[in-house]
Design a protein around this ligand. Structure first.
Ligand code: FAD
Length: 465
């Protein structure tokens, strides 16, 4: 038995949990973070955002050297792939990041309590069923895990989740990605660039559900041009494994004749579910919603007064930056200040090439809500910097309120869309209008000029189109 007691005990050391711990410690609270993984950083740093981006970056370099540099007048010798080297790069990036969080914990005097945390009282967390810790407040930040598809059992060898897809030992000849969301498309892109023939099977009749439909359509066309194949409106009903690979049975989602597709590797990427396994929430009466997420009020408080929850384990987009902002705001609130997150401006980014990025409302959402809006669009084909980069696929689209001109949403497919979108996140954060964006200086020649031109296009006065 231990008589350790803290102002705040955070369960889960991912972006939500570790950021909440750091911010609370900065504000003078005595903080501990319980994490059962061998390293801090959660899904994001260990098996999510960071390793996937390390492989996307590396495979992009390979693709560039193998196919794209010649168009810039750069001659290379025969380019070959060192997959081990690429995986080493990924592992080093992950290690540097997780060690970085460990350093930040030491710097901020946060105790990392290693083991599995269980909530055993309103103010008590038990670690690995043994050590009891007292806490004035408890924050649950236990994240999410992949969703299984009935009949397609993940073994992380032939049938993999995103975690297995991050560590394949060789480049498969063929891969079926089940699920056309951002994780499937990012991981599919990695292996496609390294030489795999990738087929994406998606239940809906479009990719990246939730993102702007016009962007999704262009996205599919661009990925198709790169060699990716698609079977939309299709469901997978069974998988049969053999030494040579997996045979999937698929059929039209709306019903119809079944067919079979073979692949060396199958990646199941149909979504993620909140992870509350082993937390013992029942024993203290913390309520879940109908989708298994921890129910909270607008300030992340559960139905139990001293217990809060943030990140993937509660409602909202399952994104690292959403978890982090909740962590910061909640820590500030627990330290006696105000805490606020503006959910209207959470950007969503797909880190393929070209990238896809989105913030705020889509046209479909505005139409459904009956909001009158103006749309301005500008293609990268008309942007000088994009031409210099040989990266002219895609466009910027800005949606502004018809009456007030306030920016309501922005959707970009194109080079570095994930960076460009932040200009519009800031505009929205400050309640800016399309006119504000259009009149602000934009350095020349930059990709950002496409953002300025799209803002000008909202008022039908683009200069370069
Ligand atoms: P997590 O990061 O899941 O952390 C939860 C932690 O809690 C885990 O480390 C777990 O071990 C620990 N834990 C769980 N239960 C217990 C317990 N009882 N006791 C102790 N510890 C426990 N998001 C982006 O924003 N950008 C991206 O580019 C991106 N790419 C992704 C790529 C992939 C392949 C995947 C899978 C996800 C990606 N995400 C991305 C999503 C992102 O990883 C999550 O949104 C984010 O990690 C959520 O943070 P969190 O703190 O809520 O939970």
């Amino acid at each position: 038995m231990s008589d350790k007691s803290y102002d705040l005990v955070v369960i889960g050391g991912g972006p939500g949990g570790y950021v909440a711990a750091i911010r609370a410690a900065q504000l003078g609270l005595k903080v501990a973070c319980v994490e059962k993984r061998a390293t801090l950083g959660g899904t994001c740093l260990n098996i999510g955002c960071i390793p996937s981006k390390a492989l996307l970056q590396a495979s992009e370099k390979y693709e560039e050297a193998a196919h794209a540099l010649a168009s810039f007048g750069v001659k290379t010798g025969k380019v070959s792939l060192d997959l081990n080297g690429m995986m080493t790069h990924k592992d080093k990036v992950v290690e540097a990041n997780v060690k970085g969080v460990e350093f930040l914990f030491k710097k901020n005097k946060i105790d990392w309590l290693k083991g599995s945390g269980q909530v055993t009282g309103k103010n008590e967390v038990t670690i690995d069923g043994k050590e009891k810790i007292q806490a004035k407040n408890i924050v649950i930040a236990t994240g999410s895990t992949h969703v299984d598809l009935p009949g397609v059992k993940v073994d992380e060898k032939q049938i993999v989740s995103s975690t297995g897809a991050l560590e394949l030992g060789s480049v498969p000849k063929t891969m079926v990605v089940i699920g056309g969301g951002y994780i499937g498309l990012e991981m599919g892109s990695v292996w496609q660039r390294l030489g795999t023939q990738v087929t994406v099977v998606e239940y809906l009749d479009r990719l990246v559900p939730g993102m702007d439909a016009e962007v999704a359509k262009t996205f599919q066309q661009v990925l198709k041009k790169q060699g990716m194949a698609f079977k939309l409106g299709t469901k997978v009903t069974a998988a049969k494994q053999a030494k040579s690979g997996v045979t999937l049975t698929v059929e039209p989602a709306k019903g119809g004749a079944a067919e079979q597709i073979k692949a060396e590797i199958v990646l199941v990427a149909i979504g993620r579910r909140p992870y509350v396994d082993g937390l013992g929430l029942d024993s203290v009466g913390v309520e879940l919603d109908d989708r298994g997420r921890i129910k909270t009020d607008a300030h992340w408080r559960t139905n139990v007064e001293s217990i809060y929850a943030i990140g993937d384990v509660i409602a909202g987009p399952m994104l690292a930056h959403k978890a982090e902002e909740e962590g910061v705001a909640l820590a500030e609130m627990l330290a006696g200040g105000p805490g606020h997150v503006n959910y209207e401006t959470v950007p969503g980014i797909v880190y393929t090439w070209p990238e896809v990025a989105s913030v705020g409302k889509t046209e479909e959402q505005l139409k459904e809500a009956g909001v009158k809006y103006r749309s301005g669009k500008f293609p990268f084909a008309a942007n000088g910097r994009a031409r210099a980069m040989n990266a002219t696929d895609g466009f910027v689209k800005i949606l502004a309120d018809e009456r007030t001109d306030r920016v309501l949403g922005a959707h970009i497919i194109g080079p570095d869309a994930g960076s460009l979108i932040h200009e519009l996140v800031m505009a929205m954060e400050f309640g800016g209008s399309a006119e504000d964006v259009a009149r602000a200086f934009h350095g020349h020649p930059t990709l950002n000029e496409a953002v300025k031109e799209a803002a000008l296009a909202v008022h039908k006065r683009p200069l370069h189109m």
